[in-house]
Design a protein around this ligand. Structure first.
Ligand code: SF4
Ligand code: SF4
Length: 392
C-alpha cells in the first residue's frame, strides 16, 4: 500500500474502503463477508474507511467489525452528517451521537457534511450554528477533521472550498467526468490549499467497467498494457498527485486484492502520452453513444438565467450511456435539488451561450429536448416535493 498525507501529516492509504456497497443478506448486510473483505483490506494496508449515516446498516456494520477485531484505533473512520435532513443544532447533536453509538467509538476521524450541492446548503448549516458546533467537537476530540462531500457544479464547489478552513473534501471524479461537478479545477484548487481530496465514484459506480462499448474495450486491449478496465480508471486517478484517497466500494475479496495491488504499484506522474491517448479514445468511444457532443468545457457559462448547460447535457447523455433512470437521477440531484435550481427550462433563448460553444451545439434547441427527456411528470412532482422538504 502507498500513502499520501492529510493536513496534519498523517498517512492515509491511497485506497479507501467505501462502505456503501457491502453484500446484502436477509434484508441486512452480510456481516461475515463484509468482515472478511475489511480484514483483507486492512491486512494489505488500507486505513481509511468511508461510511455515512444514510448508508443502510453500514455504520453499525463497520463499528461492529472494527470493534470485534480490535482495530478501531489503527484505522481512520470517515462518516457524514445528513445535513439535508437537519434544521437545528439539536438535530446535529442527535445524528452525531447516534453515529458514534453505531460506530462504537468516541470519535470520528473525518466528519463530512454529506452531499452538499451548493452554497445555500452550507449557508443554512452556518445559520444553525455548525461552525460553533464543529469548534466544540474539535476541542473535545470527538471530531478530528472536518470536510464536505460534494455533488454540485464547479463554481459552488470553489466558493464552499474558500469559505472555511476545511481539513478534507470528497468529490466525484473519474476520467470520464474530468470536467463534471467539482472537476479537475476543483481538485487542483483544493490541493493548492493543502486540502486532501478523497475521490468517490472513481469508476462511475462501475459503469467504466461494466458498460464500456466494444470500441472502448478494444482501445484498452490494443494499448498492450494488460490493465483491466478498473485498473485503467484507478491508475488515471493515482497518476494525479492532487488525489489523496480513492474510495472503492469493494464487495468481493477479488476486488479487494486487485485494488490493493494497483494501489501498491501505481505512481503519480507515471502515465505516458500513449496512456492518455488510450483513455481519450475510450472516452471518445463512450461519447459516440451520446445525444449531445458536449465536452463540458463550460465556455458557454455562466448563463444569465442560471441554466447549468453542461450539467443538463451530461445528464441527458447519461440516459443513453448508462440508463434513463441514471440520467434522470443525476439531473434531479445536481440541477434540481440546489437552492437555486438550474433547469434547462429556465432558458429564455437569448443565444449568448451559442456564440461561445466550440462544438457549435444548438444549445437552446438541445436544452428543450434534454429537459423533456430528463424530467417527465413523475420526476417533476418528485423534485418539487423534495425541494419543499429540503428548502423549507
Ligand atoms: S440561450 Fe438560454 S441557456 Fe443560453 S445563455 Fe441564454 S438563457 Fe442561458
Ligand atoms: S460550450 Fe458547448 S461544449 Fe462547452 S460546455 Fe457549453 S455546450 Fe458544452
Amino acid at each position: 500500500m502507498q500513502y499520501r498525507k492529510d493536513r496534519s501529516g498523517s498517512d492515509l492509504s491511497i485506497l479507501g474502503f467505501g462502505c456503501m456497497r457491502f453484500t446484502k443478506k436477509g434484508g441486512g448486510i452480510d456481516l461475515d463477508k463484509a468482515e472478511q473483505e475489511i480484514l483483507a483490506a486492512y491486512a494489505a494496508g488500507v486505513n481509511y474507511f468511508d461510511t455515512a449515516y444514510v448508508y443502510p446498516g453500514s455504520e453499525a456494520a463497520v463499528g461492529e467489525i472494527l470493534e470485534r477485531n480490535h482495530i478501531r484505533e489503527h484505522v481512520r473512520i470517515a462518516t457524514k452528517l445528513p445535513q439535508y435532513l437537519i434544521g437545528s443544532r439539536a438535530a446535529v447533536d442527535r445524528y452525531f451521537d447516534e453515529e458514534l453509538a453505531r460506530l462504537r467509538t468516541d470519535h470520528v476521524d473525518y466528519y463530512l457534511m454529506h452531499h452538499v450541492t451548493d452554497v445555500a446548503m452550507w449557508e443554512k448549516l452556518k445559520k444553525i450554528g455548525i461552525l460553533e458546533w464543529i469548534a466544540e467537537k474539535k476541542r473535545s476530540g470527538a471530531i478530528r477533521n472536518v470536510g464536505f462531500s460534494y455533488h454540485g457544479n464547479t463554481e459552488n464547489f470553489l466558493r464552499i472550498l474558500n469559505d472555511y478552513d476545511w481539513d478534507i473534501c470528497q468529490i466525484q471524479y473519474n476520467y470520464f467526468d474530468e470536467y463534471a461537478q467539482a472537476g479537475v479545477e476543483g481538485l487542483r484548487a483544493a490541493a493548492a490549499k493543502g486540502i486532501p481530496v478523497v475521490i468517490m465514484e472513481p469508476l462511475r459506480g462501475g459503469k467504466l467497467v461494466n458498460m464500456l462499448p466494444d470500441g472502448a474495450k478494444q482501445a484498452m486491449r490494443e494499448s498492450g498494457r494488460g490493465w483491466s478496465a478498473a485498473e485503467w480508471g484507478l491508475r488515471w486517478l493515482y497518476n494525479q498527485p492532487e488525489v489523496t484517497v480513492v474510495l472503492s466500494g469493494m464487495n468481493s475479496l477479488d476486488m479487494v486484492r486487485e485494488n490493493c495491488r494497483v494501489a501498491s504499484e501505481a505512481q503519480a506522474g507515471a502515465f505516458t502520452e500513449a496512456d492518455f491517448r488510450t483513455l481519450a479514445e475510450v472516452s471518445a468511444q463512450i461519447r459516440a453513444k451520446e445525444k449531445v457532443g458536449c465536452t463540458g468545457c463550460r465556455y458557454c457559462m455562466p448563463c444569465p438565467k442560471g441554466v447549468d448547460i453542461p450539467g443538463a447535457f451530461r445528464c441527458y447523455n447519461a440516459m443513453s450511456i448508462e440508463s434513463k433512470s441514471a440520467g434522470r437521477f443525476q439531473y434531479a440531484q445536481t440541477v434540481g435539488l440546489t437552492k437555486e435550481p438550474a433547469f434547462a427550462t429556465q432558458c429564455v433563448g437569448c443565444g449568448k451561450c451559442e456564440q461561445h460553444c466550440p462544438q457549435n451545439i444548438p444549445i437552446r434547441e438541445k436544452l428543450k429536448e434534454a429537459d423533456r427527456a430528463l424530467r417527465p411528470l413523475p420526476y417533476k412532482l418528485g423534485i418539487n416535493i423534495a425541494r419543499k422538504f429540503m428548502f423549507r
